[in-house]
Design a binder for this molecule. Structure first.
Ligand code: UT7
Length: 323
């Protein structure tokens, strides 16, 4: 059986760090409120010249280096983003050009904060269908550019950054001891598309729009949706929560992460949490967290990793992979 193996991981963060104290000077909020309600202490904010494209290219180059592979080995790029450099062409094609890749295909995928899980699952399906053998799966975002910096209920939550995985097609035995993606499940429910959205777009206002969110509504659905989609993946793969070595979730809110872990019976010590210094980086948050746990030696080859995310749409999903 063909498996999509995670060969390399790379990340990139903008230089500028914005602390809760910095944000308190812009809107009526406090370090204490933000930490208590979300767990966030600081986030990176893209400066002039730092874009979704440039962050994605930097993260991808590091992921290729980590994989010991070159750009010539890549025949598919999937870039998960809701903050592309331009409405079109796809930022993925710009990344393709910057990396000097002239074969295969590149496209953007838009599932907001669930983007990375959607992109991983799509890449895995294309690898298994024989459509690609070396895939760059990227999550890159500059949400600071679509935030309403007068709205304290949203601007304190998000940050910018990028992360990339290099996936490679390898032959496996077809059992759960194989390295690579073991199982994925994607979900959406469009009835909730007005709970987290941007109030503009090319076909409506001809503007980019700013992020709007009914945070409490999103929160209400998050733990239930995320736990149930993880349970579906566990059932399909005939695995149990106790077999998971590391839980690498989308970094939205500490209370959501801990709520999901508790509901699934995953030990809190297994949660990889980076939102304290990254904030919510939407589609970039999972690879950013994964990379942090790789660098500090927590994630090791052969371990079972659970990734999950929920975002605007609503969209949500989970992926189980053996690193
Ligand atoms: O990644 C995509 C998915 N997104 C998420 O998962 C986000 C999900 N939602 C959340 O994480 C939480 O709902 C928030 C962190 C956004 C908000 O936390 P909450 O505990 O749900 O707070 P709340 O919205 O119920 O607001 C509580 C109070 C309100 O004041 P009143 O009405 O009780 O007087 C807000 O006006 O906190 C107030 N408030 C703030 N106060 C200080 C809201 N934002 C702030 C702020 N600083 N930044």
């Amino acid at each position: 059986m063909i498996r999509s193996v995670i060969k390399g991981v790379g990340t990139s963060l903008p230089e500028r760090v914005m602390t809760n104290a910095d944000i308190s000077k812009i809107v009526d909020t406090s370090h204490e409120w933000i930490v208590e309600r979300t767990g966030i202490h600081a986030r990176h904010i893209a400066g002039e010249g730092e874009t979704t494209r440039s962050l994605a290219v930097a993260a991808s180059s590091k992921a290729l280096h980590d994989a010991g592979m070159s750009a010539a080995d890549i025949d598919l790029i999937i870039l998960a983003t809701s903050t592309p450099d331009n409405t079109f062409p796809a930022t993925a094609t710009m990344v393709q050009a910057d990396l000097g890749i002239t074969r295969g295909a590149a496209f953007d995928l838009q599932a907001v904060c669930s983007g990375f899980v959607y992109a991983l699952s799509t890449a895995d399906a294309m690898i298994k269908a024989g459509q690609a053998t070396g895939v760059l799966v990227i999550g890159s975002e500059t949400f600071s550019r679509i935030l309403d910096w007068t709205d304290r209920t949203t601007c304190v939550l998000f940050g910018d950054g990028a992360g990339a995985f290099v996936l490679s097609a390898e032959q496996g035995e077809g059992d759960n001891n194989d390295r690579g993606i073991i199982g994925s499940k994607l979900r959406s429910d469009g009835r909730y598309n007005d709970k987290l959205y941007v109030d503009g777009g090319p076909s409506t206002t001809k503007t980019v729009g700013l992020l709007r969110m009914e945070g409490r509504e999103v929160f209400k659905h998050a733990v239930t949706n995320l736990s149930s989609v993880v349970e579906e993946v566990l059932i399909e793969t005939k695995m149990t929560a106790s077999e998971i070595d590391w839980f690498v979730p989308h970094q939205a809110n500490r209370r959501i992460l801990e709520g999901v872990a508790k509901k699934l019976g995953i030990d809190e010590a297994k949660i990889v949490m980076t939102l304290d210094h990254h904030g919510n980086t939407s589609a970039a948050s999972i690879p950013l967290a994964f990379d942090a746990a790789l660098k500090d030696g927590r994630i090791k080859r052969g371990q079972l990793i659970l990734m999950e995310a929920m975002g605007g749409g609503f969209t949500w999903g989970a992926t189980l992979a053996r690193y």
